[in-house]
Write a protein that binds this ligand. Structure first.
Ligand code: SF4
Ligand code: SF4
Length: 350
């Protein structure tokens, strides 16, 4: 007979462990592994750290399954005589590529030589795991059509590798059956160059790029991590990349115009008390109508009422704007009165 389950089980504890240890979603650079995604606006939100996206434990474990498979792929390739390097002999670290002043880049799984199809040619190696449906589609259509994100990732890595690589070997496994799939991919420098230009546009833009769809129920939008910010009224996370004073500069660094200094990595994720939202990030619910030194006056789109954000008394801080879910409260006189009377701040304790 099955023993009745308590609320706290071993499996739940394992899943929770993954969730508790996932860290934050903020990556220093725009990654080559995601640049092939179809919505430029979502990529801009990612680069600008608009949301600390959290994943469930099961999905995190699935990501780990992909990483664990790499060791076996390498061993399978070596067993048939292919020379595989997982790290760059010059640095002892993973092979890395970088462009756009250090704000775009990524690391690839390895390089190899001795593939039976072209024994002398060095290949970039990309290793991926697939579920049954995705794998069957891959076998039927090939990587360019079935997994354009992976195809673009390989193109830009080959294009930026030093020395440039002209071929990639894509090795994939069906997680249900362990069936393997391999495909050689030829470098198309036109695609590689276009991808770097796309990354440049995203990095250089001081505002969100066009939406892939204006319809919030469109399938890509429905499953997008930024749906509530893009189509709703959720305010992005408070950190240096959502602050109007920050700009990406050389060497992968960010500059703060307010403090007139390079922003230390340790500060970027939390920002400072002088954070002022990039006005384009509030455009879903408010439009800027006036501004002065370190303050901006907005008009709510829903009620034509006004509020001022800044760091002086009586102004709303970025943290307070983020804390308020119902944006009509930003112009609520009673709330403003309480804030003044108790010299308090608005917080969301949920
Ligand atoms: S919700 Fe849609 S339009 Fe907005 S960022 Fe996501 S995919 Fe792009
Ligand atoms: S003002 Fe503060 S939050 Fe804004 S960019 Fe400078 S250091 Fe970051």
């Amino acid at each position: 007979m099955k023993i009745p389950e308590s609320n706290r089980t071993t499996i739940k504890a394992i899943v929770q462990h993954y969730e508790d240890n996932q860290g934050d979603a903020f990556r220093a650079h725009l990654g080559g592994s995601i640049i092939g995604r179809p919505c430029d606006r979502a990529l801009w939100y990612t680069f600008r750290w608009c949301s600390d996206v959290k994943h469930g434990g099961q999905l995190l474990r699935l990501f780990q399954t992909g990483h664990l498979a790499e060791e076996r792929f390498v061993s399978d390739l070596r067993n048939v005589g292919i020379k595989v390097f997982e790290t760059d002999p010059a640095t002892g670290k993973q092979f890395r590529v970088s462009a756009c002043n250090g704000h775009f880049g990524g690391s690839f799984d390895g390089v190899g030589q001795g593939f039976i199809e072209a024994p002398k040619t060095w290949h970039l190696i990309e290793m991926k795991t697939h579920n049954e449906k995705s794998f069957n589609n891959l076998v039927k259509k090939g990587v360019q059509e079935a997994k354009p994100e992976h195809f673009i990732q390989m193109q830009v890595y080959m294009y930026l590798a030093d020395p440039q690589l002209t071929r990639a070997f894509y090795i994939a496994v069906n997680k249900n059956t362990d069936e393997l799939y391999g495909e050689r991919v030829r470098l198309d420098p036109v695609i590689g160059k276009a991808v770097v230009e796309k990354a440049d546009c995203i990095i250089a833009s001081d505002r969100p790029l066009s939406k892939i769809s204006e319809d919030p129920s469109w399938y890509l939008c429905k499953f997008c991590d930024y749906h509530a910010i893009c189509h709703g009224q959720e305010t992005p996370a408070v950190n240096c990349r959502t602050c109007m004073h920050s700009t990406p500069v050389e060497n992968g660094e960010w500059h703060c115009a307010r403090h007139d200094m390079a922003i230390p990595d340790s500060v970027q994720k939390s920002g400072c008390e002088l954070h002022l939202y990039n006005p384009y990030l509030l455009e879903q619910f408010a439009e800027p109508i006036d501004s002065g030194e370190f303050w901006i006056r907005y008009r709510l789109k829903s009620a034509a009422e006004e509020f001022v954000t800044g760091t002086d008394k009586g102004q709303l801080s970025s943290q307070e704007i983020q804390a308020v879910e119902d944006k009509s409260l930003l112009t609520d006189e009673k709330l403003a009165g309480l804030k003044t009377q108790f010299d308090g701040t608005i917080q969301n304790n949920q």
